[in-house]
Design a protein around this ligand. Sequence first.
Ligand code: NAG
Ligand code: NAG
Ligand code: NAG
Ligand code: NAG
Ligand code: NAG
Length: 570
Amino acid sequence: MKLSSFRLAIALLAQLVAPVVSQNSTYYNPVLPGWHSDPSCIQHNGTFYCVISTFISFPGLPIYASKDLLQWKMIGHVRTRESQLPGYSWNTNGQQHGMYAATIRENNGTFYVICEYLNVPDKKPGVLFKTTNPYDETTWSNPVFFDAPKIDPDLFWDDDGKVYVSTHSVVIQEFDLDTGKTGPAINIWNGTGGVWPEGPHIYKKDGWYYLLIAEGGTATDHAVTIARAKKVTGPYTGYERNPILTNRKTQEYFQTVGHADLFQDAGGNWWGMCLATRSGPQWKSYPMGRETALFPVTWDKDQWPVLQPVRGEMSGWQLPAPSRDVPGNGPWNVDPDVYDFKAGQPIPRNLIYWRIPRDGAITATDNGLQLVLARNSLSGYPNGGQNGATRAISFIGRRQTNTLFTYSVDLTFSPKANNQEAGVTAFLTQQANLQLGLVQLDNQLSFRFNATGKISTSTVPAAWAGQPIRLQIQMANPNTYTFAAMLASDAKTKTVLGTASAESLSGGSGSFVGTLLGVYATCNGAGSGLDCPSGTPNAYFQRWRYTGAAQYISATQTVPATVDMAKSEV
Ligand SMILES: *[C@@H]1O[C@H](CO)[C@@H](O)[C@H](O)[C@H]1NC(C)=O
Ligand SMILES: *[C@@H]1O[C@H](CO)[C@@H](O)[C@H](O)[C@H]1NC(C)=O
Ligand SMILES: *[C@@H]1O[C@H](CO)[C@@H](O)[C@H](O)[C@H]1NC(C)=O
Ligand SMILES: *[C@@H]1O[C@H](CO)[C@@H](O)[C@H](O)[C@H]1NC(C)=O
Ligand SMILES: *[C@@H]1O[C@H](CO)[C@@H](O)[C@H](O)[C@H]1NC(C)=O
């Protein structure tokens, strides 16, 4: 008997034995593995929706939808058009500026995503986007701009119809959803003394206004605390048993637990989502960065909510039945990528850029995904120097969503001049990335492996010239990236060309982001402006494959990449 049908039989048996009692469920965290930080989530009409932070990556602010809280479909992004924030993307130089922690809410049939766009000179940072159809990403509005003094805006509708925006350190302001006009800022709570009281969310329950925040910073001191008041503008009283959720000063594998949002399922049970880092207390190796975890919440009338501690294996309220009946197109976060590119087809939604790419830089063609070489290397500078723009790189990638995985693409590329290069990368930021490129060096077709500046080169076998070459990135253990090349037509030719520690893609210049796996192409500074010399050949990537192998849920335990309890088993 197959394992899945065995499980089904057990489930049916359990129902026969206890037909009435709804049983608690067991599941594994993170439910949104890979770089998914600062989750904000709601339930509407029996479907759950979450938005996460995306900083300068583009498209930005993905919306994930789920019927069962375990399988999440990327149904669209809120930020898909340059015209929504004209000029912003290319003028954002920092690796971790741009779209900070957003909040998603629904009111009277309209979905709202409110966010702050940080570090564009002379611009108002507050942006509010709206749609009545989150399944069609083109329907997200241009933003209503507002001038919130602080980061991490929340939206709250009071019973009298007034709308409030709350931001970090915590201040609340009345807010006009149409004009972005804000009222006077009222400081309602400072938290319990941790640094960065941020990520506020307000909920009204049993006549109380509850204010949930994150504090302690988004590292290992991160925590969730709560206060409540009888009026939305306060005075708020902190709970004496704060923090209500944290893994600080523990030996847990899941660290940095914080930045939570709470919501109810269709049956009325409360749940929460928060960010967490699978690093253990050492907090050194965590290349997927901050991921999203689900926890059950018990919230009795007039009482403070009880949030269940975040672990790899969880037990709590019965989960909604497994379902992939979610409208719209878009990949499921737990699924592998099997992409063969064709002219006229859209680029799959889970492949993202680092800032908006140059027009025509990346196109699906019948020869594969075509990358026009950029003058700037991945670092964003023509020669790896510090005097150019940080923008205009030719790069596209997907989140690393599994502790262990294999990613590969078939590259067709015939460089015509020295330093013309195309390859694969495990990319955290423009300063921290691992690259394996096919590049002409001293008039020889070569491989160059660049582990954040530590470089090794080798000559490509003469017989490989002109043939598609499969470039592969693999993690067979949680601490090491292995880069290899082989003839696409002959896996026996596989040659390992470099390894690097996962610690090199953990924290540092990318402490808010997480590793992307993808492809790049550059002429490393030849040409002028942003362009390579005319006549520079394009690079073509075909047969894009990403397959998860395992998730670690503790330092020693793994679960399969696609947890089959999250799948319809019939
Ligand atoms: C929610 O349900 C209402 C009533 O059935 C329907 O009009 C609305 O379109 C639904 N909204 C979404 C986003 O599915
Ligand atoms: C809710 O939306 C409907 C339809 O758009 C509108 O007629 C109604 O005035 C709205 N109600 C409130 C309270 O905004
Ligand atoms: C927050 O801290 C500031 C500075 O110490 C203080 O002036 C203010 O009253 C505090 N706010 C609240 C709501 O306690
Ligand atoms: C089921 O889960 C809820 C939420 O975590 C918890 O309050 C309750 O005690 C659990 N029930 C059992 C029988 O374990
Ligand atoms: C190697 O990678 C580092 C970090 O991305 C970059 O600064 C440097 O320019 C790269 N060197 C080459 C030769 O590509």
